[in-house]
Design a protein around this ligand. Structure first.
Ligand code: SF4
Length: 432
């Protein structure tokens, strides 16, 4: 039996697809091309209108090429009928059943075992009651592993339908997480990315992310730990006490969304620009060269010229390494969908273009500020023609000459110096 997996959207979706891939491989199935695959699974996303369109396109394209097609993820959770109506779609796998997707798929062919019951499956020795307690590899088996520690969100930001798709916050027990990070570290994994829908909502018997991160850093040496992103709304300043830890990767995605207090209030973000600035200061006090990327929405309903200008000025002052710009996209069943003051398409495009141009300049300024810095580089490709591609700990993309770095291979790490021009990093020392 052959399978082909397609995923859209965030790191949590990526982690879930990798888990499914691993489970199917363990059942003796083989990963293969989409064309003619016995089974294909599309893991969809619904974060924007564009994500919906891309999900529909991916389902149609997949359904036309594979023999049996399953659809799962946030889009099919909320738009079940639309996904099911596409000819060739066999079934929707609900969000709550994603962790057992392999068993469900096999059951559709008459297999009756549960995913955790396969003989010889040493890594899955204990059935986990927590379907999100699974991890994925990114790039290479020992380069970067994504570990899902949390799922769901109860923040209900005015534009976001994720809480509808993924439900209320759920936390993976620390005992499971700590034993997993020990295993990963012991097996030579270089970096573990802690991921979730809203990491700051991780809770267990009165403990929060600050405690968990401390326990994980203690248990995980010599593996590096990366926080995939933190929401300002659930950010606790005390977490920043870990930011100068030598094995906490000095990059954080910290979604801001709006740069004016009135905009943030309409978005129901429940923090102010002053609070956000204060959070950034707390993190940078511990780690002055922390790389911070963000997401911002342009053209939220009622966005005035003054709010837009205020936002531009605020973003510029934050010193972001990367700003992802999202034009407002009305989502069904969200508060923002019914809000008055929707911008006309021309104005939305004009503001979006201005913001993207400014974001490119800020990124350029950040890059210039890193010239000469020594950063940790992870090889994400096998060397071709003497060069390997990869990403630094602060998410700078580039290449290194492998011969002068001592014959490194995919998944290895090296310390490199950021060049003044181009994307060719100079290796400084080999190894993490
Ligand atoms: S914090 Fe807001 S934007 Fe993020 S997932 Fe929760 S509701 Fe959506």
């Amino acid at each position: 039996m052959t399978f082909h997996l397609v995923h859209l959207g965030c790191k949590v979706n990526a982690a879930e697809m990798e888990t499914l891939s691993r489970d199917l491989l363990r059942c003796g199935w083989a990963a293969g091309p989409l064309e003619g695959a016995d089974v294909a699974v599309v893991n969809t996303c619904t974060v924007t209108q564009r994500a919906d369109s891309k999900s529909l396109y991916a389902i149609r394209r997949t359904a036309a090429r594979a023999k049996r097609v399953f659809v799962t993820g946030c889009f099919s959770e909320l738009e079940r009928e639309a996904a099911l109506s596409i000819p060739g779609v066999a079934a929707i796998i609900p969000q709550s059943e994603k962790a057992n997707a392999a068993a469900l798929i096999r059951a559709s062919f008459g297999a009756v075992e549960k995913v955790h019951d396969y003989p010889g499956d040493e890594a899955l020795h204990e059935p986990s009651p927590h379907p999100w307690d699974r991890e994925a590899t990114e790039g290479s088996s020992h380069a970067r592993v994504i570990l899902k520690i949390q799922d769901g969100c109860n923040a209900f930001c005015a534009y976001c339908r994720i809480p509808h798709a993924r439900g209320l916050p759920k936390s993976v027990p620390s005992r499971d997480l700590l034993s997993r990070v020990r295993e990963l570290s012991g097996s030579g994994v270089t970096e573990c990315v802690l991921t979730g829908i809203n990491l700051g909502l991780w809770r267990e018997n009165g403990s929060g992310l600050e405690d968990l991160l401390g326990w994980i850093l203690e248990a995980s040496g010599p593996m590096y730990i990366r926080l995939s992103s933190l929401e300002p709304r659930s950010f606790e300043k005390s977490v920043s006490r870990h930011f100068d830890h030598p094995r906490l990767v000095p990059h954080l995605h910290f979604p801001l969304q709006g740069g004016s207090d009135s905009l943030l209030a309409r978005m129901n973000r429940r923090y102010t620009t002053a609070a956000y600035r204060d959070f950034l200061a707390a993190m940078r006090e511990r780690k002055p060269d922390l790389s911070v990327s963000t997401d911002v929405i342009v053209g939220f309903p009622g966005e005035t010229e003054a709010e837009f200008e205020e936002s531009l000025a605020f973003y510029a002052a934050c010193g972001f390494s990367k700003v992802h710009v999202f034009p407002f996209s009305p989502r069904p069943k969200t508060a923002a969908q019914a809000m008055p003051g929707r911008l006309d398409a021309k104005l939305l495009t004009a503001r979006g273009d201005r913001l993207k141009a400014a974001a490119a300049r800020w990124e350029e300024a950040y890059l210039r500020s890193t010239v000469g810095q020594v950063q940790r580089f992870v090889l994400e490709t096998e060397p071709i023609g003497g060069f390997a591609e990869g990403t630094t700990d602060r998410y700078l993309k580039g290449r290194i000459p492998v011969a002068s770095a001592g014959g490194l291979k995919r998944g290895d790490s090296a310390w490199v110096r950021v060049p003044a021009e181009g994307d060719l990093f100079e290796p400084v020392t080999k190894g993490a």
